[in-house]
Write a protein that binds this ligand. Structure first.
Ligand SMILES: CC(C)(COP(=O)(O)OP(=O)(O)OC[C@H]1O[C@@H](n2cnc3c(N)ncnc32)[C@H](O)[C@@H]1OP(=O)(O)O)[C@@H](O)C(=O)NCCC(=O)NCCS
Length: 173
């Protein structure tokens, strides 16, 4: 069971991650299917530096990547939350999401990302939210489109072209 809750929707709740959650998180970063659009699998040892970065985001911004848990039974589903990105000189907040492959195709990622969109606009008062996605990553693009995002431009990350999906706050920020 995850720790302190940040937000919830019909079927899921998003919570701050803790050190004890790293084994669950590794079921994503250590899975070749989940990592097929990423440069490499992470080793279990490298998860600690990943968690240190997540903790630094919590300290600096009060938010970051969260754990996602199913409400009905407390099962860990995946990760969804906010990443602060520099996109060609623009400081932008990304909605990021990665889910355990056994929990794909139920709409949990879209539901979580939509909850983050609403939290990003209504609570964090962001004027705009983005998702950075490789063109080949069709499932991720579909999630961004369900969030209401459209492709704004392209950018290069880690040597690969990425689409910059974006959505502006309905109230104009
Ligand atoms: C990106 C990722 C989270 C998308 O997962 P997903 O299961 O396709 O997305 P969702 O959880 O929103 O599920 C959508 C699917 O559930 C179906 N669905 C069922 N109930 C649903 C509901 N209540 N609401 C929305 N969709 C629902 C949709 O029709 C869709 O079906 P499909 O997969 O057959 O097209 C997943 O592929 C992943 O974790 N990939 C690895 C990490 C990654 O690449 N992350 C993105 C980096 S940019």
């Amino acid at each position: 069971m995850l720790g302190r809750e940040v937000l919830r929707s019909d079927r899921v709740r998003l919570c701050f991650l803790e050190q004890r959650d790293l084994d669950d998180v590794y079921t994503i970063y250590g899975d070749p299917l989940c990592m097929r659009y990423y440069p490499a699998l992470r080793t279990r040892e490298r998860m600690q530096s990943w968690f240190d970065n997540v903790s630094a985001d919590y300290a600096a911004h009060g938010h970051g990547m969260f754990g996602v848990e199913r409400l009905r039974d407390g099962v860990f589903l995946g990760l969804c939350g906010f990443l602060h990105q520099d996109v060609d000189g623009d400081a932008l907040v990304e909605i990021a999401y990665l889910f355990k492959s056994m929990h794909w195709h139920h709409g949990y990622a879209s539901e979580s990302a939509i909850a983050c969109r609403d939290h990003g606009f209504n609570v964090l008062k962001q004027p705009k939210l983005i998702s950075l996605i490789r063109p080949e990553n069709a499932p991720s693009r579909a999630v961004a489109e369900r969030v209401g995002m459209t492709v704004e431009r392209t950018t290069e990350r880690i040597g690969w072209q990425h689409l910059v999906y974006s959505i502006n706050a309905p109230h104009g920020g």
